[in-house]
Design a binder for this molecule. Structure first.
Ligand code: CP3
Length: 353
């Protein structure tokens, strides 16, 4: 790289990180890359730190949150950090009796199925998650120029855990409530939207550079049901952050047919799973940046396959105003972390401009 280009790169860095610029569809020196679930079980240093500490407990300790969030940044050289926390953290803080069980996921002691149950899901007092703001504060000092992504679960995905009482394949109880008692459903989703917005505002006020709203399981719905039962509530969350001045990313799995509707929820960046190529996604969400698409399972294939997929995704990502390289869902626990590091290097090298 010549001196002029290096100078340009420095100015770009000052004007905003590569990650934030790509979210906004602005010119970048290379395609930024981070991985959903980059902080977690694929890293031996994470497993060591978490030994004997329950998941929710680790989320309440700013020292642990800081260290776990930093681990993938140091190891992989990703272009963004994501706060170590969980989508269930604000519900725990709002008074819901729940646990996050290793190998299973969130388990709710008393599922929400009636109006009386809904009373147990209290509005979130920001003070009840002050440890999250504290962790963000510590992280900003450690991270320096690397942007920190805050996040929350979207109302539908949170509702699915609350109504089912735990992880679910078919979401039968959730859908039964949604169709059978729309009044309770909308009251529940409105409450969850309020909690989510409060939780995200705590992170924004503490200084995160972007937020991601995870609606992981919303792909279980038809577009018509999504529009009627979910969209207004996700919209309430994202529009509540419209004045925050930071990019908003909205992601779900199996959302190939929901992307235009999800884009209407108001995010700046649309997250895409491994099923929908980024150029096809970009055509469905004009004006939005895109993120995602590398199948997390492809990281288990020979390197030639990984390389071919990374190059394809970088090519197809050019169809959108901005492209953030990521997986189509979270890093799987058995992933070899050295492959993730190689992907970061390859993305940077191939996309260098
Ligand atoms: O991405 C990151 O690195 C930041 C940390 C993060 C976690 N959870 C940590 C975690 C993020 C962004 C989440 C979000 C989350 N949590 C989602 C949305 C993203 C997605 O994957 O779809 C969902 C659906 C949850 C609920 C949840 N929490 C599940 C399904 C699990 C996994 C259960 C298991 O053990 O397989 C959790 C637990 C959890 N959250 C772990 C981590 C690192 C594993 C807990 C452990 O180490 O014991």
């Amino acid at each position: 790289m010549n001196t002029a280009a290096t100078g340009g790169l420095n100015r770009l860095t000052l004007a905003g990180s590569t990650f934030v610029r790509a979210c906004r569809g602005q010119a970048v020196p290379h395609t930024p890359v981070w991985f959903m679930r980059q902080a977690g079980r694929s890293l031996p240093e994470y497993r060591e730190l978490r030994a004997g500490v329950r998941m929710l407990e680790s989320c309440r300790r700013p020292d642990l949150v800081t260290e776990i969030t930093m681990q993938p940044v140091r190891r992989h050289g990703v272009d963004a950090a994501i706060l170590f926390s969980d989508i269930m953290v604000p519900l725990d803080a709002a008074g819901v009796d729940l646990d996050i069980v290793a190998g299973t996921g969130p388990v709710v002691a008393e599922p929400v199925r009636t109006m009386a149950d809904l009373d147990r899901v209290r509005p979130l007092d920001p003070g009840a998650v002050s440890y999250v703001g504290d962790a963000v504060g510590l992280l900003l000092r450690e991270l320096k120029a690397t942007p920190l992504i805050g996040f929350a679960g979207a109302p539908f995905t949170l509702a699915s855990y609350l109504v089912e009482g735990g992880p679910s394949r078919n979401h039968t109880k959730t859908k039964a409530l949604m169709h059978g008692d729309p009044e309770l459903w909308h009251a529940l989703l409105a409450r969850l939207a309020e909690i989510t917005l409060t939780f995200l505002k705590v992170q924004v006020e503490a200084g995160v550079a972007a937020v991601q709203l995870f609606d992981s399981w919303v792909g279980a719905l038809s577009e018509a049901d999504y529009r009627r039962y979910v969209l207004p509530h996700s919209q309430a969350v994202l529009s509540g952050l419209a004045d925050a001045g930071i990019p908003r990313i909205h992601f779900g799995v199996g959302t190939g047919l929901l992307l235009p509707a999800m884009a209407e929820a108001g995010a700046d960046v649309v997250g895409v799973d491994w099923r929908t190529p980024l150029d096809a996604a970009a055509a469905q969400v004009p004006g939005k940046s895109v993120q995602g698409n590398l199948d997390p399972a492809v990281l288990f294939a020979p390197w030639e396959v990984v390389e071919r997929e990374v190059r394809r995704i970088l090519d197809e990502g050019r169809a959108a105003p901005g492209h953030v390289f990521n997986l189509g869902h979270g890093v799987l626990p058995e992933t070899d972390p050295t492959v993730l590091t190689r992907v970061v290097e390859l993305v940077h090298e191939v996309s260098k401009r």
